[in-house]
Each structure stands twice: as structure tokens, then as C-alpha cells.
Design a protein around this ligand. Structure first.
Ligand code: GCO
Ligand code: MN
Ligand code: MN
Length: 380
């Protein structure tokens, strides 16, 4: 009897897949309609994701501990949660802070013009870092959802950047004073919920990081959807972070260009872009979490939620399998070798004939791209 080959697409903890509690926990509320699913308790999320083969979960402070909980309540919640994590062998590699939901942050947190709000936000972020340390996280993500404006009349953007810098410097000081094993990853987004969010791209974040007191402790958390909302190539955004040794974390999802924030299941829309992103991550030897920040479609019930989670992980592994096939595909490798050969063996440009040789040569990218298209479509 023939034995079935093992399913390569079954996720394992060693794949380092993580999900935010808010992702599978998303209740489908949008600006036009109410929630369509019940709240999933963090314990259920941990159990289900561990059974699906995930490595861990991530969370905002308030995904676990409600705002306004007493210290005693907080400690009890954290104790219980740690017990569940241990039961299901799940890690919490990253923690973040919610500086966008509460109305107090409606005109920004770290970039609020009001020092009272800025101080409150910095303090909340410090407590979230402490929580992360307690849960064993080594990455603290900061997404400045409300750090922006609808109009620039009341706030000089240079002040906003100065306040932003002061806040991050205070947080790195907090990490150093407490000798935490923690680094900060800043997550850029061009807009939504604000009309314009400060530091909208990976490049802007990297420029900003260079101005901080402890740039070595601060990197980026690029998100596929955010790059696409800005009309950018997400693969190139991630590549720039890698080039500077700053890819501390990544938010994987999918998104159509120039639309509202869709947070689609990873790899579900832009098939070629997802392939190149997985190729980049695998080629680079990136060792951080493969973190999904996406939402199940609003049409889904709880079964659909777990199909969504399984789908994110299976798709990553499917693209990874395609990357392996790409490396082993004889025709693709012949075309690549041919391109490289012409690049290396073409003449030095010393006169009109050698210049013309370079003007006239072809690059065979059409042939290569067609082969890659057929590979991805499963026809090779
Ligand atoms: C968004 C963001 C958030 C952040 C999260 C972690 O568009 O809403 O991507 O999901 O990643 O708040 O800081
Ligand atoms: Mn997002
Ligand atoms: Mn995100």
C-alpha cells in the first residue's frame, strides 16, 4: 500500500507563527456595521491556536488586562494567562500597547499637544513593557494609530516629532534602567484611523530611529497592508529594514492597493507579491516571529475564524514550498545563470561598439517572469 507523503503545509511551532489576540478575536465591527461574532476569551484563542500548530500569541495590554483593572485584578489575570500558556506550550514573543482606543487618545498619545495626555500615554506604555517582560516577550511594538492629524493648523508637525522622540527615548531608558531584554519595533502606517499618520513608511521610521538616544534598541515592524495602502512595494519596504539590520518583527497580511485597511488573510490576494515576500524572508535568514496581523472576513462564524488562522499559516508554508521549487527548477536556474553570465561577461564600456552591446542586450525577464508565474500556478 502507498503511504501518503506528509502534508508539508501543516504548521509546527518551529515555524514561529504567531497571531495577535485581536486578530482571530476580531468581532467584525466596521464603520458601517456592528459586531457579528462573540468575544473570544484569550484562553480559548491560546488553546485553538496551539492545536493548529502556532508558536505563540501577541497582545495589546488591554487585550488581556482591561483598562482600569486594579493591580490585584491585573496580577490575577496575568497569573491565569501564564498558566494557560504553559498548559498549551505557547509563547508570547511580542507585546504592544493600546494607545488608540480610549477617547483620551483622540488627538494622539505620544504626539498629543497636551503634556498631560503624553505623560499618561508614556506611563501606559511603560506598564505594557513591564507586562511584556513578565510574559517573556523580547519585542515591544509601537503602532501610532492616533499619532497623526486631519489638519495641520493646530499642531506644528516638528513638535509632534520632537514629542514622539522624547516618548521613545523615555521608553528605551525604562528598558535600560530595568535591564529588560526588550527591543522596540515601530510600525509605520500612512493613514487610518487618522487622515495622515506621522512617519508613514519604513523609510521614514528608519530616518527617525537614527535620531533617537538609543537607536540600537529600536527597529521596525513593517506590515504588508500598510505598505500597500501607501501604494508601495511591501517587499522593498521589508528589504530596506533588513538591509539596515532593523527588521525586528513583521506583520503579515494582505491588501489591495489604494483601499481602506483590509487586513486580509496572508497570501490571499497578491499571490506574486506574497511569493516574493516569503522568498525575501527565507533568503535573508530572518529569525524573528512570523506574525499575522489580519482579520477573518466579516462573513465568518467561529469555524471560519479558525479556517482563517489555519489558512494564514498554510499559505506561508505553501509560498515557502514554492520558493524551494524556484531554487530547484532547472529552467528557472538556466535563465538566471544566463542573465548573470551576460552581466558578468558583457564587455567593458570603452567605445561605441561595446556601448551598443549593452544598449542592445536583452535581460530575459519576460521569460523568467513567465516561468515564475507558471511555477506559482502549479503548472511546473
Ligand atoms: C492596524 C495595526 C494594528 C497594530 C497593532 C499592534 O492597522 O490596526 O496594524 O493592528 O499592528 O495595534 O500594535
Ligand atoms: Mn494594520
Ligand atoms: Mn499591524
Amino acid at each position: 500500500m502507498m503511504t501518503q507523503p506528509p502534508d508539508k503545509l501543516v504548521p509546527q511551532p518551529r515555524d514561529r507563527f504567531t497571531f495577535g489576540l485581536w486578530t482571530v478575536g476580531n468581532r467584525g465591527r466596521d464603520p458601517f456595521g456592528d459586531a457579528v461574532r462573540k468575544t473570544l476569551p484569550p484562553t480559548v484563542i491560546v488553546r485553538e491556536l496551539s492545536q493548529l500548530g502556532a508558536y505563540g500569541v501577541t497582545l495589546h495590554d488591554n487585550d488581556l488586562v482591561p483598562m482600569g483593572a486594579t493591580l490585584q485584578e491585573r496580577d490575577q489575570i496575568v497569573r491565569d494567562f501564564k498558566a494557560v500558556l504553559a498548559d498549551y506550550h505557547m509563547a508570547v514573543p511580542m507585546v504592544t500597547v493600546n494607545l488608540f482606543y480610549d477617547p483620551v487618545f483622540k488627538d494622539g498619545a505620544f504626539t498629543s499637544s497636551a503634556s498631560a495626555v503624553r505623560g499618561f500615554a508614556i506611563d501606559k506604555a511603560k506598564r505594557a513593557i513591564d507586562l511584556g517582560q513578565e510574559l517573556g516577550a523580547t519585542i515591544f511594538v509601537l503602532w501610532g494609530g492616533r499619532e497623526g492629524v486631519e489638519g495641520d493648523g493646530a499642531k506644528d508637525p516638528r513638535n509632534a516629532l520632537k514629542w514622539y522622540r522624547e516618548a521613545i527615548d523615555t521608553l528605551t531608558a525604562h528598558i535600560l534602567t530595568n535591564r529588560y531584554n526588550m527591543r522596540i519595533a515601530l510600525e509605520p502606517k500612512p493613514n487610518e484611523p487618522r487622515s495622515d499618520i506621522y512617519l508613514p513608511t519604513v523609510g521614514s521610521m528608519l530616518g527617525f530611529i537614527a535620531t533617537l538616544s538609543h537607536p540600537e534598541l529600536v527597529g521596525v515592524n513593517p506590515e504588508v497592508a500598510h505598505a500597500k495602502m501607501a501604494g508601495l512595494n511591501a517587499v522593498h519596504e521589508v528589504a530596506q529594514a533588513l538591509d539596515q539590520g532593523k527588521l525586528f518583527h513583521i506583520d503579515l497580511n494582505d491588501q489591495r492597493l489604494a483601499r481602506f485597511d483590509q487586513d486580509l488573510r496572508f497570501g490571499s490576494d497578491d499571490v506574486k507579491g506574497s511569493f516574493y515576500l516569503v522568498k525575501l524572508l527565507e533568503d535573508s535568514g530572518y529569525q524573528g516571529s512570523l506574525h499575522f496581523d489580519a482579520h477573518p472576513y466579516r462573513t465568518e462564524d467561529s469555524q471560519g475564524v479558525w479556517e482563517f488562522a489555519r489558512g494564514c499559516m498554510r499559505s506561508y508554508l505553501a509560498y515557502k514550498e514554492k520558493v524551494r521549487q524556484f531554487r530547484e527548477d532547472a529552467d528557472i536556474q538556466v535563465v538566471l545563470a544566463h542573465i548573470q553570465h551576460l552581466n558578468q561577461e558583457g564587455p567593458a564600456i570603452v567605445d561605441e561598439p561595446s556601448l551598443n552591446w549593452w544598449r542592445e542586450r536583452g535581460y530575459a525577464y519576460e521569460e523568467l517572469d513567465q516561468l515564475i508565474t507558471e511555477l506559482i500556478l502549479g503548472l511546473r
